[in-house]
Design a protein. Structure first.
Length: 547
């Protein structure tokens, strides 16, 4: 429509001036939404991957038009002011892809993603646009090799704690740092990027078998070309995200995340995608599905393997097969390739002798990797990660910190004691603003040897690389009247997974009085995007979406 007819001569003139001829402009126009950047390894290779996507579009009879959007590295900004931009960027990514696609009225869209927020941000935009589209994940980095063993960025963050405890020298830490991230691609464990890539492949918006092909594997370019060709088939079938993103497909994605021991950020991002797609989804759905799903994938941060190992074992299709074998798969959901998910499960191939994905009869744990708790500290709910440890209860005195930096300083000073509950508040979506991840603190606790003896709760969130007994996304957050604001040093905090409760041992009257007296810190930003975000963002219990 934007290029057809005599009255659109001006639009065609602009495009002819930069190399598009009449034949190119007569074809379906496919927007290539790229998240390429030189600021991180996760998205570093997407510029050349986009070239292969565009070649596939041209061969199939379409005309690609590439555009770019922002990307923030969680790992690089971790523990700094810069990380306040990370979750905010998810909304900007979604908004900017939507704006360009609406403005230029593309017939179809392919979105390329890499680091954590580019993945859900891209899919949120596709859900809003509801034109024939798909998402291609750039793939995982290979593990580094250090002193005879595979390492990931998780080892570096935990090495910081070991260094502070005197167990790792300056030279050792520098040597580890030099080997842990050996090339392009997103973090190697089942951290947020690989968790979301798996979830969206199972959801059906990414082509099955595409995500776990590693970033620097020679086959990734062919995957990209195939996606370019596929989008013309998707357009011809008029297969839109509204047919793919359904209650059943979202439940399949949740089950895959639980079965893989994936990041708790899955919850935040699938809630946001469901919101954009207009599909009802709540925290209790995650708890119900995770508790019925066995943990089968032996993946970092809680297990032994990384995404490249999962790829060799059989990839996401093998996980889909396990969901079917466990009776947990909604078998009729549609994928972007046109296959029903049942066909994917039946066609999955499993490498002989692999032990990355266990059989249903031999789970690592009978229940999935997370649970939802409520109670007097989290009336709207919170998320607790269960993979990587066997703890389901903890009772201990609170150590309260108003911000992440204060907690990290206490860990580095070795002032956190076994049995304590580290409480970090004012780090939620609005209070942060930006809901920073607490990996710097959690990894340092593990590195100091406290991972099995302390618990942590925050209205912020955790990295997918976090493991230990941690409750995040505590809602409401402190500045919005959440009871986490009332906790004081020495109060007894109780985690009880069996009862699905997170409580502070205080009378209701005392809790109410403290809340009434609490004064949150003044807003950290008074203008600009972070101030705007703080005013518009909603509860983590509903996906921290803006309105």
């Amino acid at each position: 429509m934007i290029l057809d007819g005599p009255d659109r001569a001006g639009a065609r003139a602009y495009l002819k001036g930069i190399g598009f001829d009449d034949e190119a402009l007569s074809r379906p126009i496919v927007g290539i939404a790229n998240t390429w950047t030189e600021t991180m390894p996760c998205n570093f290779h997407l510029r050349r991957l986009a070239e292969r996507v565009k070649e596939g579009v041209r061969v199939a009879g379409g005309t690609p038009m590439e555009f770019n959007t922002v990307a923030i590295s969680d790992g690089i900004t971790m523990g700094t002011e810069g990380m306040r931009a990370s979750l905010v960027s998810r909304e900007v990514i979604a908004d900017s892809i939507e704006l360009v696609a609406r403005g230029h009225m593309f017939d179809a869209v392919i979105a390329l993603s890499g680091c954590d927020k580019t993945i859900p941000g891209a899919v949120m935009a596709l859900a809003r646009l509801d034109v024939p589209s798909l998402m291609l994940y750039g793939g995982s980095i290979a593990p580094g090799r250090w002193r005879g063993r595979d390492v990931t960025i998780q080892d570096v963050f935990e090495g910081i704690g070991a260094h502070a405890a005197g167990d790792l020298s300056d030279d050792d830490l520098a040597d580890l740092e030099a080997h842990a991230s050996p090339g392009a691609g997103a973090c190697g464990g089942q951290f947020t990027a690989n968790t979301m890539a798996m979830a969206f492949e199972v959801l059906g918006i990414s082509p099955m078998g595409s995500s776990m092909v590693p970033a620097e594997d020679g086959k990734k370019g062919q995957v990209a070309e195939d996606c370019g060709g596929l989008i013309l088939e998707v357009l011809e079938r008029d297969l839109r995200p509204s047919r793919i993103i359904t209650t059943e497909s979202l439940e399949n994605a949740i089950a895959a995340g639980a079965m893989s021991g994936g990041s708790t950020n899955l919850i935040l991002h699938l809630l946001a995608v469901a919101h954009e797609a207009g599909v009802p989804l709540g925290l209790d759905d995650f708890d119900r599905i995770a508790w019925a799903t066995p943990l089968l994938c032996d993946l970092k941060p809680s297990g032994r393997y990384v995404a490249t190992d999962l790829y060799r074992a059989g990839g996401v299709p093998l996980v889909v097969r396990r969901l079917k074998e466990a009776g947990l798969l909604h078998e009729g959901t549609v994928t972007v390739t046109g296959q029903a998910i049942l066909e994917v499960a039946d066609a999955a191939e499993e490498s002989e002798g692999q032990d990355v994905v266990r059989s249903v009869s031999e789970p690592i744990k009978p229940n999935g990797g997370f649970a939802i708790l409520r109670g007097n500290l989290a009336p709207e709910g919170c998320v607790v990660k269960l993979s990587g440890h066997d703890r389901t209860e903890h009772r201990g005195p609170a150590r309260v910190f108003e911000h992440e930096e204060d907690a990290f300083e206490a860990v580095m000073a070795k002032s956190i004691r076994p049995g304590e509950v580290v409480v970090i508040r004012n780090e939620g979506p609005a209070g942060g603003p930006g809901m920073r991840e607490m990996l710097r603190v959690t990894a340092a606790l593990v590195g100091e040897g406290l991972g099995d003896s302390v618990a942590l709760m925050t209205d912020g969130r955790f990295s997918g690389a976090t493991h230990g007994f941690m409750a995040g996304h505590v809602a409401p957050e402190a500045p919005h009247g959440g009871p986490i604001a009332a906790v004081r040093d020495g109060d007894t905090v109780v985690f009880d997974v069996a009862r699905r409760e997170l409580n502070v041992d205080l009378p209701a009257e005392e809790l109410a009085a403290r809340l009434a007296a609490y004064e949150p810190p003044p807003p950290k930003y008074k203008n600009g995007v972070l101030a705007k975000y703080a005013k518009q963002v909603g509860s983590a219990a509903k996906g921290a979406v803006t309105s």
